[in-house]
Write a protein that binds this ligand. Structure first.
Ligand code: HEM
Length: 172
């Protein structure tokens, strides 16, 4: 457990919970979704994440069942459910995962897609995505994937005459 206030374990008192930000009297956003639908969303999300051509490789060999369990706790707690998050802090959990800005954005997009496909309430979607984006700095120091066309062109430009014949080596 981290006692660093700058790195609260998601779900700690120091961690904002948009789901119950409106106060105790308001219905928690969690109640609009319910535990069974939340689990279905998270299961579907990790099904997509694990086979995704852009970020799936980062999850190779990881414990999918544990990820689903901890993500369910985290999301339920964030949406105002009286549930504790028992996983590692975001920094601890991702310390050995080399997450680039584009990986973070891709995961967020997969989350948006799955929330849309399950017809999740727009306020729940907004809270979930806001919460995800707010944790970005705990997961990667890489900047966003906004296009820098000149830098990208400099990295990817193939020089020379691309129409020149390529000499083939004869196999012996
Ligand atoms: C705010 C966004 C994110 C949240 C809320 C989140 C949530 C979680 C949770 C709850 C765990 C399990 C913690 C535990 O085992 O105790 C976990 C582990 C993991 N996450 Fe994330 N994650 C996020 C972003 C990302 C991104 C962008 C990637 C890569 C594209 C990623 C890759 C992983 C991997 C590979 C693990 C397993 C680490 C291991 O067990 O060695 N996560 N994440």
């Amino acid at each position: 457990m981290s006692d660093d206030a700058a790195d609260p374990r998601p779900g700690d008192a120091a961690d904002p919970r948009p789901g119950d930000a409106a106060g105790a009297a308001a219905e928690p956003l969690f109640d609009r979704l319910g535990g069974a639908r939340l689990r279905a969303v998270v299961e579907d999300f990790y099904d997509r994440v694990f086979v995704d051509p852009m970020i799936g490789f980062l999850f190779a060999g990881k414990d999918r069942a544990r990820l689903v369990e901890k993500e369910c706790e985290l999301a339920a707690r964030m949406l105002g459910a009286p549930i504790a998050y028992t996983g590692r802090t975001m920094r601890e959990a991702h310390a050995r995962v080399p997450i680039l800005g584009g990986h973070f954005d891709r995961r967020t997009q997969l989350l948006r897609n799955v929330l849309a496909d399950h017809g999740v309430d727009p306020e729940v979607v907004a809270a979930w995505i806001d919460h995800t984006v707010a944790m970005r700095a705990q997961l990667t120091a890489d900047r966003g994937s906004e296009c820098d066309h000149e830098a990208a062109a400099a990295r990817t430009h193939v020089g020379g005459d691309s129409t020149a014949p390529v000499a083939l080596r004869r196999r012996t």
